[in-house]
Design a protein. Sequence first.
Length: 320
Amino acid sequence: MAVSMMLALAAVGVSAKAENPGMPERVSFYFAAHQDDWQLFMNPAAFEDVTRPASRAVFIYVTAGDAGFGTGKGSRRHPYYLARERGAELAVRFMADAENTASGIEEAGTVEINGHKVRRVAYRNTVSYFLRLADGGLSGRGYAATGHQSLRRLADAEIASMMAIDGSTSYQGWADLAATVRQIVDRERGSARAILLNASEPEARTNFGDHPDHQMTARLVGESTAGLVCAERVFHVAYASAKLPENLGGQERDLKTAVFAVTVAGIRELDHSANWRWYRLAYLGRSYKRAVPASAPCDPSKSAAAAVAGVPAAAATSRP
């Protein structure tokens, strides 16, 4: 796989090396409601951040993207949410391995953040967090199989708590979830002088018809990182981008397509399907975003004490 990966990247002109700086100068966060959101709506920006020298890219997946199956398999061999996580993990590894012929070491396990157990996967200069909250569906009201739990209902205080679908933890209200996300950000940003927060565009006039989970994840990012004035905020158009003209050049489109192809392969590896053709036509030639600059520089001396590189994980496993 390493040889074919290198040939694919060489074909689209990737030249930067994704290395693991102990204390990165720049940390880019990608907040995704579901495990394919950043690939469809926030790439090739994510690829550029992963392959940027002296940088770290952190991917935070808020829901399990389980489509109402919970931990169920849906008549397949593996749970759907694990298939989606597999696709996301392989996509991140694909980018991080851009010019690394030797295999990297993956460190995966559970960390405790704000009193909650969260799955954390680190690979080279990337980190991924999986909160595994219930998918809210297109209605934003959740599914019967997962107790009609959803981010929207939690934010609107229609439900007092929300449990991860694997039973690993329960968030006691929206504020508890927001505090947890903020601790992840503080933990991973370390003493970086530049911080980028990438999320779905919250402006409904621009990002019309978006998934409720995308909208609530954008709200979660805004509320949890309020006061982080040294962060640049980048808002990406999601579903609405399918209605806009294609705006990616050949190389950018190739990068985005390659990463999404790896995502789909990971999903199918665990016996689930993904609509490759429809997503390819709708989103892979498009990327619309707006940036809000930081209002003040980051002061490394004031970074959170818990924000250190290589956070040790409980019950962690490492594999090449």
